[in-house]
Design a protein around this ligand. Structure first.
Ligand SMILES: [Mg+2]
Length: 240
């Protein structure tokens, strides 16, 4: 099948768009130590699922309130060059989707503060119930509970077969979805995972690096899909 050089871009939020992991730091600030560190390490190393992890983190952070969360989240800086990626996607009419296993409450707060618009967001959400903050997970996968928000499913549902998919991420919730994409931009834990599993990737420090590479790829007359990613996609469709 001929491939159009239309990019569908998927981006993680915590530690990718923001320089630090907002979700993890909320619990480090307000939760019980050392429990918080142990739980966060277990999530990072896939010892427990993200769903279990978030549930445990809330359990060791009694009295956590929405104003506390939002006020602290407000102090986190973004990689300013993300705005250039949003502009690039807009100019070229490439769909840009933010996929997060964190919570839309603080993500939207930061996007509003930075006046970033035009992207689609899928994340978990926090609601206030009887004076407590409770996590809700609207996008879990029925069969795989590794992530609370199944990023892979969003990618499969959103992308036609003949486009080039791009994944940009840094952490444990990115290792699964990145494998279904044609071009992977990786740092931190995602980079280590790609190295270990011999998955081709481009290392990056900022979205500025990503843009340089995407502009090069844009010039290619016959962009190629990554064979292993195509096989992974087909596997899921066969099972379904
Ligand atoms: Mg991350």
């Amino acid at each position: 099948m001929p491939v159009s050089n239309r990019f569908y871009i998927f981006v993680d939020f915590d530690g990718t768009i923001t320089r630090e992991d907002v979700g993890a730091n909320i619990f480090i600030k307000y939760g019980k130590h050392p429990d918080v560190y142990d739980i966060e390490m277990d999530i990072r190393t896939h010892k427990i699922t993200a769903f279990e992890g978030w549930t445990k983190l809330f359990a060791v952070t009694p009295g956590l309130s929405m104003p506390q969360i939002l006020e602290y989240a407000h102090s986190f800086a973004i990689d300013e060059t993300f705005k250039d990626l949003v502009a690039f996607a807009g100019e070229n009419n490439y769909p840009l989707t933010v996929l997060s296993d964190g919570f839309d409450n603080y993500i939207n707060l930061i996007f509003n503060r930075e006046q970033i618009t035009g992207q689609t967001l899928f994340a978990n959400t926090l609601v206030e119930k009887a004076n407590a903050v409770v996590p809700e997970f609207p996008y879990g996968d029925e069969e795989c509970s590794d992530c609370a928000n199944c990023k892979r499913n969003h990618i499969l549902e959103m992308t036609p077969d003949d486009v080039i998919t791009v994944y940009i991420g840094n952490g444990s919730s990115d290792t699964c979805p990145a494998q279904f994409c044609d071009y992977i931009f990786a740092k931190d834990d995602l980079l280590k995972f790609c190295e270990k599993n011999r998955i081709p990737y481009t290392p990056y420090k900022s979205f500025g690096d990503v843009l340089v590479r995407l502009r090069e790829l844009q010039q290619k007359k016959w962009p190629k899909k990554r064979h292993q990613a195509v096989l992974k996609r087909n596997e899921v469709y066969k099972l379904g």
